[in-house]
Design a protein. Structure first.
Length: 99
């Protein structure tokens, strides 16, 4: 039962994070706080976060890329690297996370 570690060091993720409105930043931080308390199995099943494989996007270096919901409006993208959830992007709607 490995807890999830967060990697928020990707430049693009950080740039998008600092451009979010304050209420969206708070929603993201609350979601990340929830995620870090989960195991990977719990994350995969959580109905609020809605962890989903982006089947159209597979990176040769990192493998599968996933999306997760952190507010009514926004989704984030990430991949798993060992025990780390590596955050890579933030998107203002569901569809843009998948393109």
């Amino acid at each position: 039962m490995t807890k999830i570690l967060l990697d928020m060091n990707q430049t693009e993720f950080q740039n998008q994070l600092f451009k979010l409105e304050k209420n969206e930043q708070r929603a993201l931080l609350n979601t990340l706080d929830k995620i870090k308390k989960l195991t990977w199995e719990q994350l995969y099943c959580d109905k609020g976060i809605r962890w989903e494989l982006i089947s159209s996007s597979k990176n040769k270096l990192v493998g599968n890329i996933y999306s997760f919901r952190f507010s009514q409006k926004y989704r984030g993208t990430a991949f798993r690297e060992g025990d780390y959830l590596v955050l890579i992007g933030l998107f203002p709607d569901h569809d843009s996370a998948y393109s």
